[in-house]
Design a protein around this ligand. Structure first.
Ligand code: CP
Ligand code: NVA
Length: 313
């Protein structure tokens, strides 16, 4: 094993080196091959994974639960209605108890501080399954999908269209920067990447040879893009801002014309899903030949299994 990631948590990809990300992607490729040949191993036999969800999920829950269970482990789904999560008992105390009973914790919810506290007080690996700030396991699956399409990552141009400061855009920007790719955030000025993370990415690309930029101008962003990526206009927890965000983001819808603006027929379309068809992306694009959204969704499982193999065994 070239890297020893045992015991590590994944709270944000900022904490992982390009070599460590490369290693996780290689493990993911291997488990995808195994899954295709229907090979069953029991890597997580006798282990338990607590999965805490403050927000809804289809892909992330399915990916963690099926990846852990098919390797012989026992995943435990916990909603805030089931456990004391900061109510009646402090989060620190819940984390301590979890750490005494389970081998790892997955958390999806609002605050990034929650995953940080869970890690600090549980003493077991914690996986961020999405917070308001980051969605690192999504970005790993995105890298895997891009690599499958282009045979490599370095120099690939990825354009994120829409709310470029949301969790998915932020994690994708970090992932692309780490892997020496060219990331362009394209959206309204009001929804620019968060300055502190953008600055960090500028520092990262100086080392990795990639680039990171922001522009509200579609023509400028899309020229020669290999990947056009988008996400919902209103994220979970922002329901009250939906109306105003629709107005801001309407010019950034990914439609046929936008895909043609890349000037390349081999450009692919990606979306973390769930998608609101007709809003951030047209039916024609998401269901069209350039769309890779179902491969991307499947790759959530392989990359998540890879993270758990690398950090638990
Ligand atoms: N992409 C993603 O995280 O999907 P879910 O919200 O369904 O988990
Ligand atoms: N930005 C979206 C991603 C869903 C996977 C949200 O947070 O709701």
């Amino acid at each position: 094993m070239p890297f020893n990631l045992k015991g590590r948590s994944l709270l944000t990809l900022l904490d992982f080196s390009p070599e460590e990300i490369r290693y996780l992607l290689d493990v993911a490729k291997q488990v995808k091959r195994e899954s295709r040949s229907r090979l069953r191993t029991e890597r997580f036999r006798g282990m338990t994974l607590a999965m805490i969800f403050e927000k809804r999920s289809t892909r992330t829950r399915l990916a963690f639960e099926t990846a852990f269970a098919e390797e012989g482990g026992h995943p435990i789904f916990l909603s805030p209605n089931d456990i004391h999560l900061g109510a009646k008992e402090s989060l620190e105390d819940t984390a301590r108890v979890l750490g005494r009973m389970v081998d790892a914790i997955m958390f999806r919810g609002y605050k990034q501080e929650t995953v940080e506290t869970l890690m600090k007080y549980s003493g077991v690996p914690v996986y961020n399954g999405l917070t308001d700030e980051f969605h690192p396991t999504q970005a790993l699956a995105d890298l895997m999908t891009i690599e499958e399409n282009f045979g490599g990552l370095k120099g690939i141009k990825v354009v994120f269209m829409g709310d470029t400061r949301n969790n998915v855009a932020t994690s994708l920007m970090i992932a692309c920067s780490k892997m020496g790719m060219n990331f362009v955030a394209c959206g309204p000025e009001e929804l620019k990447p968060r300055p502190e993370i953008y600055k960090k990415c500028e520092e990262i690309v100086r080392e990795t040879g990639g680039s990171v930029s922001f522009t509200p101008v579609l023509e400028e962003a899309l020229k020669d893009a290999d990947v056009v990526y988008t996400d919902v206009w209103a994220s979970m927890g922002e329901e009250d801002k939906e109306k105003e965000k629709i107005v801001l983001l309407k010019p950034y819808q990914v439609n046929k014309k936008v895909m043609e603006m890349t000037g390349k027929s081999e450009t692919i379309f990606m979306h973390c899903l769930p998608a609101v068809k007709g809003q951030e992306v047209t039916y024609e694009v998401i269901e069209g030949k350039q769309s890779r959204v179902w491969d991307e969704a499947e790759n959530r499982k392989h990359t998540i299994k890879a993270i758990m193999i690398a950090t638990l065994l």
